[in-house]
Design a protein around this ligand. Sequence first.
Ligand SMILES: [Zn+2]
Ligand SMILES: [Zn+2]
Length: 161
Amino acid sequence: MLIDITPIAEGKSKSFSFENKLKVKADLIAGIKINGDISKLGGDYTVKANATADIPFSCDKCLDPAAQSITFVIDEKFSNKESSLEEEEINLFTTNNLDLTECVLANLYLELPLQVLCKEDCKGLCRVCGVNQNETVCTCEEDNNDVDPRFAKLVGMFEPS
Ligand SMILES: [Zn+2]
Ligand SMILES: [Zn+2]
């Protein structure tokens, strides 16, 4: 996501848009769309943009596809002057092409959900047989509630006689 800043004059801005695929996590490639503008003031550049990332998540509970669209904003300053760094959070750049990739990902990470579910009441996979409990009802849970035979005798001891 490179922006050529050579045509931007002091005090002016230009708009840009990108449509890219970016690696968000190990196996997660998101389709990211960005629209915004970049302005130059005092020799530094400010990027303001709206972004949407379509991420092919899997449900944390049942592993079914659970794609999500995440929208976020980007409001970042870029400078090629080392001295600017001390003042505030600024992205340093050294060429005439300003690369947005890193700051896009940094802003996206802040918006990533902690938990992804295919639906709010996803029942998940059965811990015993592994079946998707949204689709199939297994009897494992019931079986689990049965008293361990080793304790059956104990239970009998407390039964009223
Ligand atoms: Zn699920
Ligand atoms: Zn089961």
